[in-house]
Design a protein around this ligand. Structure first.
Ligand code: MN
Length: 455
């Protein structure tokens, strides 16, 4: 099975090498860490091949943003981490010129001589085991083996997409093994907290993976939490950081977090394998921290900072740190709004109403946070106003394990309410018309109820 997709990627890489000499390359990528690392990998490939290109970062590819895609028959369009589910929007472009899509979201099956389509789901592979960054990396090596040095970016994108588990299986585990052998990645066991140079109590207060319910967003509570555990906060008048902790202290903190979360969390979510990028500067060595930086820059409106970090321009690092502070503040503000007034709980789902307080670009994160805070036995749906489309953006998340496909649910609801939907089984998204929020809630609640009744 695995060879089918590799054969296809190899074949497409050969065609790619011919097209990039003849056409003007335009890359469009999705703005999260997976999209940004993928775009950086492909950008580096093009730089090495001596080709000019344009790169644009989109929040999402939908019927509005597709209008920003320029194309003529002289262009070669590349879509990364998006496109597979939006092929209907791209048919005009595909009719006219060459299009390459590298993606791992649910694809629409469509064949056309102009379309080069890399998606594991087209080959019966499991999308959970892939990120677009890994696919882009495998692709880049077929273009030129010297792109092997981009292996650490592939890991950053996978971590950003929470493919940490997927990383350990199949083709992906092979890539990780390769990265270890070549000395690009070092796997260590550590507390799954990050922000290695920040005061420890701040790390504890603003961590949202793991999220510590009684402490989240409250620095005083974080200080008390550490004091209660007997962790000294300062050494020689300086705030201690994660780096200063002994192994024993790390274990104490891990236990403390698990107790605080009332055992609603696996030990491995708090203490476990962390991928360290050995060839990156120390401040970008923690793959989760790197992916979080990229995410924060994109969401705060400066995705170019993430691209530059990926391409090795570290002069923007301090600016990217400012973005992460802004991002964390916005999240804390949104969370307190939601916890106070924005949750509607139904029998078959928890619905978060971000209205126009929670920005569309945070609703996915917030929805994941509510899921991790409450560990509900039903899915969580976040709704927020999106000003670029004048629609309501929906993010749906659930705990893995039970047999409901969130993407299918959203696709179904959208077929009745209007809008667009896509994504994965455990994490999906949609846009619905403004004003249909309550109708959405009723329909989803009923739909899941009917599905449960059928079982
Ligand atoms: Mn992705």
């Amino acid at each position: 099975m695995i060879n089918l997709i590799l054969e296809e990627i190899k074949k497409i890489a050969e065609i790619f090498k011919k097209i990039i000499r003849k056409k003007h390359v335009r890359i469009y990528t999705q703005y999260d860490a997976d999209g940004i690392t993928s775009a950086s990998i492909i950008a580096k490939v093009l730089i090495r091949e001596g080709c000019n290109f344009e790169l644009r970062v989109l929040k999402q590819l939908n019927s509005k943003t597709v209008k920003e895609v320029n194309f003529s028959e002289n262009d070669f369009l590349i879509f990364l981490d998006m496109g597979s589910g939006q092929i209907n929007l791209l048919k005009d472009a595909i009719e006219k010129t060459n299009v390459l899509i590298i993606d791992h979201h649910e694809p629409i099956k469509y064949e056309h001589p102009n379309l080069l389509h890399i998606n594991p789901l087209l080959f019966g592979e499991d999308s959970e085991k892939y990120s677009t960054s890994l696919l882009s990396f495998i692709f880049s090596k077929f273009v030129d083996p010297k792109n092997i040095d981009q292996i650490d970016l592939a890991i950053v994108g996978a971590v950003g997409d929470r493919r940490d588990e997927g990383i350990k299986v199949g083709e992906v585990s092979r890539v990780l093994e390769e990265a270890k052998i070549l000395g690009f990645v070092n796997v260590i066991k550590d507390l799954k907290l990050f922000g290695s140079s920040r005061p420890l109590f701040k790390v504890i207060a603003y961590s949202f993976e793991p999220l510590i319910p009684s402490v989240y967003g409250n620095e005083a509570a974080a200080l008390q939490f550490l004091k209660d555990l007997g962790i000294s906060l300062k050494s020689e008048n300086e705030w201690r950081t994660l780096k200063d902790l002994t192994e024993e202290e790390k274990a104490i903190i891990a236990d403390g977090i698990i107790r605080e979360k009332k055992d609603l969390v696996d030990f491995s979510e708090v203490f476990g394998e962390v991928f360290i990028l050995s060839k990156k500067p120390e401040f970008l060595a923690d793959s989760r921290e790197f992916s979080m930086l990229i995410n924060a820059c994109s969401r705060m409106g400066e995705p170019d900072l993430g691209i530059r970090l990926c391409l090795g321009d570290y002069s923007v690092y301090s600016k990217s740190l400012e973005k992460i502070e802004e991002y964390k503040k916005q999240i804390a503000k949104s969370m307190s709004f939601i916890e106070n007034s924005g949750v509607v709980e139904k029998e078959n789902g928890i619905f978060i109403l971000g209205v126009n307080v929670v920005p569309d670009y945070l609703i996915g994160t917030i929805t994941s946070m509510i899921l991790s805070l409450r560990k509900p036995d039903k899915p969580v749906f976040g709704l927020a106003y999106d000003s670029t489309t004048n629609m309501i953006k929906v993010s749906a998340r659930k705990q893995s394990g039970w047999n409901i496909n969130l993407r299918d649910i959203l696709v179904n609801v959208v077929s009745e309410l209007g809008g667009e939907a896509g994504g994965h089984k455990d994490a999906a998204g949609a846009y619905i018309p403004l004003g249909k929020e309550y109708e959405f809630i009723e329909k989803v609640n009923k739909m899941i109820g009917d599905m449960n009744a059928e079982e």
